[in-house]
Design a protein around this ligand. Structure first.
Ligand code: FAD
Length: 200
């Protein structure tokens, strides 16, 4: 799995605080020294719309379709994902779950190779990518670009970094939380503390 931060709003905490202080007309109380201190108070009181003014975009590669099927359910997130209609999966790669013990990994890989052969068989029989993909496994790797505002990222991290979340989505979300925690520590401090990368 590779998680790359492609873009983030410049000075996100300043933008969020500026938005919040516009509500209260208290911009004169905003100083470089106190920047960000208001943000945890906004979170505590549920005043979350200012967090919608900051955005972040990530690229995820080498992740399974099993994982992305969960991630793309988040409706306030913009998603562009590798197509299985326009792109052939003839040489698809796969994710091996950690519960497959080293002693049985070869068996798992052989099963995936068998599915590759099935895909090739149906392509040779004349099926288009869009129909040949019906034999593909959830383990099949994919690539996607995801963008969301910080309010949505906070929601996604709260549910997907939880210790009981599925391991692969948790791993991806912990990596993204770690990146955003560096860019906007006051916005993500509570989540970093609750379930941050150090607790992975
Ligand atoms: C632990 C876990 C188990 C799950 N198990 C299943 C499962 O078995 N089957 C399954 O189908 N799905 C399952 N899901 C997916 C889940 O039902 C949601 O589809 C997914 O979490 C994304 O939706 P969301 O509401 O969290 O947030 P988002 O879609 O990211 O939206 C963010 C927030 O915006 C608001 N919002 C967005 N759209 C609406 C709307 N239409 N109406 C009102 N408010 C809205 C809500 O407050 C929402 O929390 C599971 C999710 C988790 C975290």
């Amino acid at each position: 799995m590779k998680v790359e931060l492609l873009a983030v709003t410049p000075e996100p905490e300043r933008i969020i605080e500026l938005a919040a202080r516009t509500c209260y007309q208290s911009g004169d109380r905003m100083t470089p020294e106190t920047l960000g201190e208001l943000l945890p108070k906004l979170i505590a009181m549920g005043h979350e719309s200012p967090f919608e003014h900051a955005y972040a975009t990530f690229r995820l590669t080498g992740v399974s379709r099993a994982m992305t099927h969960q991630l793309v359910r988040h409706r306030l997130m913009a998603v562009s994902q590798k197509s299985q209609r326009y792109v052939s999966e003839a040489s698809f790669d796969w994710v091996v779950p950690p519960s497959v013990t080293p002693g049985r990994k070869a068996e798992f890989d052989a099963d995936m190779e068998a599915i590759r052969a099935l895909y090739a068989k149906w392509k040779a029989a004349g099926l288009k990518n869009e129909d040949a993909r019906f034999v593909l496994p959830n383990a099949c790797t994919t690539e996607l670009i995801v963008s969301a505002n910080f309010r949505e990222w906070r929601h996604v991290f709260r549910v997907r970094c939880h210790p009981r979340a599925q391991w692969e989505i948790r791993q991806a979300c912990l990596a993204m939380l770690g990146e955003l925690g560096r860019h906007a520590p006051h916005v993500f401090a509570d989540l970093m503390k609750e379930c941050g990368p150090q607790k992975a």
